[in-house]
Design a binder for this molecule. Structure first.
Ligand code: FRU
Length: 478
């Protein structure tokens, strides 16, 4: 296997080496963001599931640390599947030694026993090492599929509330606990009656998000991952109410709402204990067939979540987190380029500007006024005729992305409605990661691209008429 440094993202998380899938235990603690991840410490493929560990101050650069929760193989194989970490500020668990502990709540999978149960483990050293509670498991339904607990403190109940997946039933369960050890069943949601339920439900979480920027008007939102109808990764969300016992869906069970329009975003969870009270989501980008080496699997950009009232109802909005964008402003002038009022009349504009922006670690903030043009968009990772294209078609309102990935190419498509005649596109290209945030985060596409070494061209285009473009470019290459 050949190393693929040309595809290693520079401002997105990847493990130093080997396989990763889901983000686990995301938490802000003592001035640092902790990212744990479903990791195989030994190989570049799924297996030996353990919790890898990294920390970050800015969510753009990451420090890799030793495995925090390893698999154990004694009489049986115990894999450490997905879960969360909470800060037990009041030491409700009694696990704190010289203060308040961090507590991981996660799934142990015992493949030989066909059993998945929920465990807790605590850390008194700021999240580097965890000790398993002596009376684990804390939840056992004697089921083969029962996993991915996500826990938050609930102010109304003054208790911890867990949401956990019942994958085969296409359901989630809610439990409450005063101490993270004793759990009482509250209710179940789903059971083939809600949303998309053709495939296993995994990695649920429940949060409150501000509506239309109003921090005093928050609404409950339940998120669920499940492999989609087209056999690809898929995440859905439900807006509704959590009354302390059950989740009540705002929408008819027959409807479902899509988190991401791309083909790789999965198993995303938010940070706990975020200091500004933001909900910041990070997802796993499921590796496509194209191999990367010596790592496999990478994470999305952290995204600030909110809700927006649209013509169709309340919809999720995801924007690159303000924690991350703060760093863009600090880049040296040579790494930034602002071009306002670019008129493109049935043609294209080269944006690489004599190679200073010929990089595949770019951050593009663009506003198109499509005007009379039939299509507008960008060509990225361009080399001759080959390019990744982002194309907006004015007549249909369709945004379509065709990634260069050395495989069968499926365009990713969704409809977006420009606001006041303007279409905003925030495009994050990071070697093999591509994320497109349209209409200020109303529609997001996450995908992977595998451009050749020379494929670094960047241009904007308008066909069939004249459009205006304002664009800021940031080069994040090291
Ligand atoms: C999602 C998932 C989780 C599980 C983990 C195992 O990708 O299947 O449901 O906990 O991966 O690695």
């Amino acid at each position: 296997t050949q190393p693929t440094p040309q595809w290693r993202p520079v401002y997105h998380f990847t493990p130093a080496k080997n396989w990763t899938n889901d983000p686990n235990g995301l938490i802000y603690f003592n001035g640092e963001y902790h990212l744990y991840n479903q990791q195989n410490p030994f190989e570049n493929k799924w297996g030996h599931m353990s919790w890898g560990h990294a920390t970050s101050k800015d969510l753009l650069s990451f420090k890799h640390l030793p495995v925090a929760i390893p698999e154990t193989i004694d009489r049986d194989t115990n894999w450490r599947f997905s879960g969360c970490v909470v800060y037990d500020k009041n030491n409700t668990s009694g696990f704190g030694k010289n203060g308040a502990p961090l507590v991981a709540i996660y799934t142990v999978a015992q493949p030989n026993k066909h059993l998945q149960t929920q465990w807790v483990a605590y850390s008194n050293d700021g999240g580097n090492n965890y000790t398993n509670y002596e009376n684990n498991p804390v939840l056992n339904l004697n089921k083969e599929d029962f996993r991915d607990p996500n826990v938050r403190w609930n102010e109304q109940l003054k208790k911890w509330v867990m949401v956990v997946a019942m994958p085969a039933e296409h359901a989630v369960r809610f439990y409450s606990s005063p101490n993270l050890k004793d759990w009482t069943l509250l209710s179940e949601f789903g059971n083939n009656k809600e949303g998309f339920h053709e495939r296993a439900w995994e990695c649920p979480f429940l949060v409150q998000l501000p509506v239309d920027g109003n921090e005093h008007n928050k609404k409950w939102v339940l998120f669920v991952s499940s492999w989609g109808s087209h056999e690809g990764p898929f995440m859905q969300y439900f807006t509704g109410d959590f009354d302390g016992t059950r989740f009540i869906n705002d929408n008819p069970g027959t409807a479902y709402l899509t988190v991401d329009e791309g083909n790789t975003f999965y198993a995303a969870i938010p940070f706990n204990n975020q200091p500004q009270g933001r909900e910041i989501l990070v997802g796993w980008m499921v590796p496509l067939k194209q191999p990367t080496y010596p790592w496999r699997g990478q994470f999305s950009i952290p995204r600030d979540l909110s809700l927006r009232t649209t013509g169709e109802g309340l919809r999720l909005v995801q924007q690159p987190s303000a924690v991350v964008t703060a760093a863009l402003a600090k880049l040296p002038a040579a790494k930034k380029q602002v071009s306002n009022n670019l008129f493109i009349n049935n043609g294209s504009v080269n944006l690489t500007k004599g190679n200073s922006f010929s990089s595949n670690a770019l951050w593009i903030q663009a506003t198109f006024t499509p005007g009379t043009a039939k299509t507008v968009g960008f060509r990225l990772t361009q080399n001759g005729d080959s390019a990744t294209t982002v194309t907006y078609t004015t007549e249909t309102g369709e945004l379509s992305i065709v990634p260069v990935n050395g495989e069968e190419i499926h365009p990713l498509k969704a409809t977006v409605k420009p606001q006041n005649g303007k279409l905003t596109l925030e495009i994050l290209l990071d070697k093999s990661t591509l994320e497109v945030f349209a209409n200020n985060g109303e529609k997001v596409f996450t995908t992977l691209v595998f451009p050749g070494q020379q494929a670094k061209g960047l241009s904007a285009f308008a066909t069939g008429g004249a459009a205006k473009l304002d664009v800021k470019l940031f080069d994040l290459d090291k």
